[in-house]
Design a binder for this molecule. Structure first.
Ligand code: 5GP
Length: 238
């Protein structure tokens, strides 16, 4: 698959065209950002670790029947994905209270959320990804109601698959963010899944193993991502 012109550069990934109009190469860089791009650092090996982590998770989701943009991993830092028409909305599911939920409601961190919550945010760094709702999505035409309903259904289906996958490795899936797009009329998961976009705590000690280590300056960020991957059975040397 020939990698052609760069189509888009995000905060941690760059996307390239290929000789097939329907397929893109997603390149994972070592850049790490937080607080809507206000804190940025390069972390050695991050691109490789997240690319392999993501490929492992995507294969599990595809096996569980969740439509994903992921096609295959190409090398250490590149994966082949389908070109989607992206819905500019972030879907967040939370199993335990943390992050912005704790700040918004003034509640304790680590409360079990039963049933898990579902939230929508507009993907807009300049506005700090404001919280929105289904009515906003319809009024501003960010997605059709059926597309949004499908994105919500798939976000919860991901929870069923991944909560168990992580728990079997002694890890709590606290929360995560997913984005969706449309490919040939079908709503498809169009996001990476790595410790950059979710919260993962050790089930015994509740140690933070995800990007909160970077956000909160706790250190050993990539070492921690790799340790999570190894607990799931990922071989980062393969
Ligand atoms: P919170 O709303 O608590 O900041 O985030 C909820 C979950 O969504 C966390 O797992 C967080 O990592 C993820 N998340 C929220 N916004 C973004 C974003 O813009 N980029 C990434 N990579 N993850 C996000």
């Amino acid at each position: 698959m020939e990698k052609r012109a760069q189509l888009y550069a995000g905060k941690a990934k760059s996307v390239y065209e290929t000789d097939d109009h329907d397929l893109l190469v997603m390149h994972f860089r070592d850049d790490t950002s937080a607080f809507d791009g206000k804190k940025v650092e390069k972390l050695d090996r991050k691109g490789m670790v997240n690319n392999k982590f993501n490929a492992f998770i995507m294969e599990k989701l595809v096996a569980a029947g969740i439509p994903c943009h992921f096609v295959k991993r190409l090398n250490d830092t590149d994966s082949l994905v389908k070109r989607l028409d992206m819905i500019p909305v972030e879907c967040v599911v939370r199993n335990l209270s943390s992050g912005s939920l704790v700040r918004r409601l003034g509640i304790e961190e680590g409360l079990e959320l039963n049933p898990p919550t579902f939230e929508l945010f507009l993907k807009n760094d300049a506005m700090g990804d404001p919280m929105i709702n289904e009515s906003y999505v319809a009024t501003f035409g960010w997605a059709d109601p059926e597309q949004l309903a499908r994105a919500k259904e798939l976000t919860f289906k991901v929870n069923e698959v991944l909560k168990k996958l992580f728990l079997d490795a002694g890890i709590l899936l606290v929360d995560y963010k997913l984005e969706f797009g449309v490919f040939k009329g079908e709503v498809v998961l169009g996001d990476e899944f790595s410790p950059d976009g979710c919260r993962l705590w050790d089930a015994e000690t509740r140690e933070k193993l995800d990007k909160d280590r970077f956000r909160q300056g706790l250190g050993s960020v990539i070492e921690s991502y790799e340790a999570v991957g190894q607990r799931l059975g990922i071989d980062f040397n393969a």
